[in-house]
Design a binder for this molecule. Structure first.
Ligand code: SF4
Length: 271
């Protein structure tokens, strides 16, 4: 019996399939619960602080206001199940807040938020690409000085090394394609704003050629997902990401049993 196809995919799910098809199966097909990760929860907190900052008129987007929006974001997160699930001690919670403060501070070293003209924040989009529905949330859609659209994605993880840049840009190029399909206008530029220890902005222009390339890559990944579901063949791919993977007990590379994942999914009513 084939695995059911996911009804839609986000850019992060595409990336998950490419990183490790077996982990993709556990998270997206079996929908098994995953341990919250501290870096991901920090990312959510900083994204929320910047979203709140951009709700201010341009002159109000100051460092002082950003300190307040971060405080609000931390307050909101204090009851979030992922944050609570981290089980942070008082000292670890202080370090968590300090790391978030560092990222918001570094943001101000990269951009002057008073000069940005956002037209949408945390925009939920869905677009059809053949039989596939692509969905995602765009951190910030803005107009540049020439009135052209720009798609911005904040990143709180490590900035890419030279050979990784193209791969890391693929998600934001998919967002750009979705914007064009939904709003009928192609963004002129996409950018990643890295707020970790090596803060930087990585940007790229878009063109008919880049959009065609994105559609081709997305189509190829989707075809591979369809094949894997049909043949029930989701192979493990070991990498440094195994250190952060929640599925060791089901992964043969870690001495686990994939068949148990299906049993757990059924027991949890996930399939
Ligand atoms: S432990 Fe590694 S190989 Fe196994 S499922 Fe997780 S990411 Fe894939």
């Amino acid at each position: 019996m084939a695995f059911p196809l996911p009804s839609s995919l986000s850019p992060s799910r595409f990336s998950s399939f490419k990183s490790c098809p077996l982990s993709f199966r556990f998270s997206t097909i079996d929908r098994l619960p995953e341990e919250p990760s501290e870096p991901a929860v920090k990312g959510t907190t900083v994204h929320r602080a910047l979203e709140l900052l951009y709700m201010e008129p341009p002159a109000g987007r100051t460092r002082d206001r950003a300190a307040e929006t971060l405080e609000q974001a931390l307050e909101e997160m204090s009851t979030d199940s992922d944050y609570v699930g981290l089980g942070l001690s008082e000292a670890a919670a202080e370090r968590f807040a300090k790391d978030c403060t560092g990222m918001v501070d570094r943001y101000f070293g990269l951009e002057d938020p008073a000069k940005i003209h956002p037209i949408g924040l945390e925009i939920k989009l869905q677009a059809d690409l053949g039989s596939l529905k692509v969905r995602g949330v765009i951190d910030r859609l803005e107009l540049d000085a020439d009135g052209e659209l720009v798609v911005t994605d904040y990143k709180t993880g490590r900035a890419p090394r030279d050979g990784q840049v193209q791969e890391r840009m693929s998600g934001v190029h998919i967002y750009s394609m979705m914007v064009e399909k939904v709003f009928g206008k192609r963004p002129a530029k996409v950018q990643l704003i890295y707020l970790g220890r090596d803060p930087q902005i990585i940007e790229a222009t878009t063109s008919e050629r880049t959009v065609a390339g994105v559609e081709k890559k997305v189509g190829a990944v989707w075809a591979a997902v369809e094949r894997a579901c049909e043949t029930e063949d989701f192979r493990p791919r070991t990498s440094v990401l195994c250190n952060y993977c929640s599925f060791h007990e089901f992964c043969p590379e870690q001495g686990g049993d994939p068949a148990k994942a299906a049993e757990v999914a059924v027991a949890l009513g996930r399939v």
